[in-house]
Design a protein. Structure first.
Length: 459
């Protein structure tokens, strides 16, 4: 990058926080996307670490004036190449912006973009509150979680990130600072620009601060592992649970071989020996009696639909280990994974989608393990490595799975986002008019296309 631009950046954030040595920024060039589909990063970049919203604004004004691409970055836990620099420019890391304040009166947290999920959960817990969202990696940063509208296992009862966000501070690509929303329960004042920014994957603005809804701490939680010999029975259980009036914090679908593989990698033991398919159900309430009553209702429903004897985890340690094993399935499979998909369908169609994926697997001779969020219809099929296959063969498998999901009323991504690697498939589930409107919105926010170019929108 031009030395004059580097000097200007140093003048904004200080010499220490502008890094040009490629060896010192290698970890900032990548994320957790599966290696075979991960975009190759452009290394002609400079890494900048602002400490304040005003510094972010100054950086973006400079970049917009000089038409330099800017790639906002959180914790690097994404799975679709969303933060990888695909053009020369600036990597904008928000990690130094890590302030957090708990507002006990309003049950909200005011957090800067670089606060990690783990830190937010810890600070909320200290104040006697609970932040339920758990997209998986607690090293993920709040700005990135909002920008990607992250979901995760606990979205069933309290929703995805969008449902927690009450306000955001965002810097536009042209440098203006907007404060959208606030510590409000209701607001009906014009178009919701805040919700447009949420889920825009860093293409419309840089989120620098957020106001997040907290919950009273659940006094009791129980994790149930419910085994089945036939996975269709597991999926038949889910709507019956909701129809009974019970809304668990999480309902996950997993299979025995995957949980044992993940547990082994972590040095843990998968505790349930019966069955081949499982529902992991977390029930959490502020009232202990209500938790046990809900668990009894769930057990009765499962028993009627062919479940084996459930395993109950009550201690915090046991429950955390089970969630850890579930959360680390991807890392256990990653060495042999070509791509981890993120399709979502109406929950009642999950078993149909899995059957269709099995057909695709058998027809093409490729192993496609599946797990996911049974409570909200979001499944994660892995396309696994086949010796001698070309990228085009894997692309055919991916497209077949996407088409199967869309045919069942679904979409190609439920929580991971579009990023860099899903753009070419967006037209499978969005109309030409929808894509055109999105492109026009991008032009209004970012007339010079400097912010995270090459992401989300098709070429």
């Amino acid at each position: 990058m031009d030395e004059k631009i580097v000097r200007e950046l140093e003048g904004i954030v200080g010499d220490e926080w502008v890094i040009t040595d490629i060896e010192k920024m290698r970890s900032y060039l990548t994320d957790e996307t599966a290696e075979p589909v991960k975009p190759i990063p452009v290394i002609d970049v400079v890494l900048v670490k602002p400490k304040s919203t005003e510094e972010v604004s100054a950086i973006l004004k400079l970049a917009n004036r000089e038409k330099i691409s800017v790639f906002p970055r959180g914790g690097g836990t994404g799975l679709v190449g969303g933060c990888i620099p695909t053009k020369e420019g600036i990597i904008l890391s928000l990690e130094r912006m890590d302030g957090i304040e708990i507002d006990r009166e309003n049950l909200m947290a005011v957090v800067e973009a670089g606060v990690t999920l783990g830190k937010l959960m810890e600070e909320a817990d200290k104040a006697g509150f609970f932040f339920p969202a758990h997209p998986g990696d607690e090293g993920a940063q709040i700005g990135g979680l909002i920008a990607c509208n992250a979901g995760g296992a606990r979205a069933v009862k309290t929703g995805v990130m969008r449902n927690y966000v009450k306000g955001i501070e965002v810097v536009l690509p042209t440098g203006e600072i907007l404060n959208l929303g606030g510590k409000l329960i209701k607001s009906n004042t014009g178009y919701s620009l805040m919700h447009l920014i949420i889920g825009s994957e860093g293409t419309l603005g840089v989120i620098t601060k957020a106001i997040l809804k907290l919950y009273p701490k659940f006094k009791t939680s129980i994790t149930m592992i419910i085994p089945f010999e036939e996975r269709h029975n597991a999926f038949r259980v889910v709507p019956k649970i909701f129809q009974s009036g019970v809304i668990p914090l999480a309902i996950e679908y997993v299979e025995k071989d995957l949980m044992e593989k993940s547990a082994k990698r972590l040095g843990l033991t998968w505790p349930c020996k019966e069955g081949v398919a499982y529902l992991l159900i977390i029930v959490a309430e502020t009232d202990e009696e209500a938790v046990y009553k809900q668990c009894e209702t769930i057990a009765e429903i499962c028993n009627e639909l062919g479940a084996l004897e459930p395993l109950i985890a009550e201690s915090r340690r046991e429950q955390e280990e089970i969630l850890k094993i579930r959360s680390e399935i991807y890392m256990a499979l990653k060495p042999e994974t070509i791509d981890i998909l993120d399709v979502a369908v109406p929950p009642a169609n999950m078993s149909k989608l899995i059957d269709r994926i099995d057909e695709i697997s058998k027809k093409n001779g490729v192993y496609i393990p599946i797990y996911g969020h049974a409570g909200d219809g979001n499944l994660h099929p892995h396309i696994m490595k086949v010796e001698g296959w070309t990228l085009e063969q894997y692309n055919t498998i991916r497209k077949e799975i996407y088409k199967a999901a869309v045919k069942l009323g679904g979409v190609i991504t439920g929580e991971h986002g579009v990023g860099a690697i899903r753009r070419e498939y967006l037209s499978l589930c969005l109309s030409d008019k929808e894509i055109t409107l999105m492109k026009e919105i991008k032009k209004i926010f970012d007339p010079n296309n400097i912010l995270n170019p090459g992401k989300v929108l098709p070429m």
